[in-house]
Design a protein around this ligand. Sequence first.
Ligand code: DC
Length: 227
Amino acid sequence: MRAPDIIIAVDGCSSTGKSSFAKLLASELGFLYLDSGALYRAVTLFAMENGLISRDSVISPALHKALDGADLHFGQGGTYLGERCVEKEIRTMEVSALVSPISAEPYVRSFVDGRLHAMARNGRVVMDGRDIGTTVFPDARLKIFFTASEEVRARRRFDELKAKGESPVFEEVLDNLKKRDYIDSHRAASPLRKADDAFVLDNSDMTFTEELAWVKGLIQGKFSIME
Ligand code: DC
């Protein structure tokens, strides 16, 4: 007998550590991990490389049509644009600065949602993003909403960029994070907000091990998928 499909939705603000957490949770449960933010970032890179967005965030209407020909998928080592692994390029400050306006476009959202639905078909999936529990999979079996203070999140992002060899300025990182939070939670199309039935995890003062124990407690209490 086939095990039932289960979607675990992990939503929340940027730099709450939800992606690392969702990835680890998926691997512990033997689930597929899908990072929806990576697809928004890949669309942004696609728009940048094709001259469809300017540095000051003006998006060409031609992006809508151009997306028909965009081959975005996950493969060995992360996110791919066609044959090319773009996992590193999609994490730069340049992409981070333009991804929020791109992801506020309704046609971009429906393009990404279509890819996510196709990838999650017939499976046990941990998916992370901003609107998974509210819009993409409102019937997800378990919804977790990550949050943490702005300073803690900016410090995490700053350390991450430094570890990658970039030279970030803390105030700029904090500013980018605040701007993204604002755009993400105020856009008309599918804004960032906690689903009514999501469990909130504020990890400002929690270790990774404590987070995992907390979520495993939730999972065991909610349904039996650990066997
Ligand atoms: O999780 P992230 O920081 O890599 O996401 C990048 C951007 O994509 C973020 O600024 C908001 C957007 N996003 C979204 O609008 N909806 C999602 N489900 C995931 C990400």
